[in-house]
Design a protein around this ligand. Structure first.
Ligand SMILES: Cc1cc2nc3c(=O)[nH]c(=O)nc-3n(C[C@H](O)[C@H](O)[C@H](O)COP(=O)(O)O)c2cc1C
Length: 185
């Protein structure tokens, strides 16, 4: 199984979590890391290249820090331009049968997400548009992988989360419940 990880972090040089995840994923031979802000600093996405990469992989992962309850803007632009009508949907079904998942980090702690928390909604609720995208393009939507509360995490915990991320991403039978990494409980 070949996996494509679309990484989107506009300030990777300041990142604690996504930079460690990216470095760890680069060590895996069946994982291709596609760092979108690094490749397209001027936001001039090469649609043909992106579509070719999608065709070459069985599982597609979007990895990003949660920004305003969604992804950084690059991933929206990527979807708008790469997932063309007649190619990904509406008469084209190039993504059919692939699996899709999100791997995201948040500033807010795990307990902030949900109706008792200050963010009110769960990560699954906030990520509905990605679920809709997978549905329309006929991809199997896998449970998300989330790491919460960046300021409360030690370097060791972040490294540990990178190992778990690799396990989850490379697991062919990954149909378990959402994988939220919670430390200290
Ligand atoms: C513009 C911006 C928007 C953010 N929005 C959210 C948010 O909606 N929810 C949240 O929990 N954290 C939010 N954060 C915090 C980031 O998610 C957090 O710093 C990041 O996941 C940490 O990962 P990193 O170490 O790879 O940068 C935001 C940060 C920035 C800069």
């Amino acid at each position: 199984m070949k996996t494509l990880v679309l990484v989107a972090h506009p300030h990777m040089e300041q990142s604690r979590i996504n930079s460690i995840w990216k470095q760890r994923l680069l060590q895996e031979k069946d994982i291709t890391v596609n760092d979108l802000y690094a490749r397209y600093p001027e936001l001039n996405i090469d649609v043909e290249r992106e579509q070719r990469l999608l065709l070459e992989h069985d599982r597609i992962v979007m990895q990003f820090p949660f920004y305003w309850y969604s992804s950084p803007a690059m991933l929206k632009l990527w979807q708008d331009q790469v997932l063309e009508r007649g190619w990904a949907y509406g008469g084209g079904e190039k993504l059919k049968g692939k699996s899709f998942m999100l791997a995201l980090s948040t500033g807010g702690p795990e307990h902030a997400y949900g109706k008792e928390g200050y963010n009110v909604f769960t990560i699954s609720e906030y990520t509905r548009p990605f679920q809709g995208m997978a549905n329309l393009t006929d991809m199997t939507y896998l449970p998300h992988f989330a790491l919460h509360g960046v300021r409360m995490l030690s370097d060791e915990q972040i490294k540990e989360s990178a190992e778990r991320l690799v396990q989850v991403i490379t697991d062919r039978n990954n149909h378990a419940k959402n994988f939220e990494v919670v430390f200290g409980e």
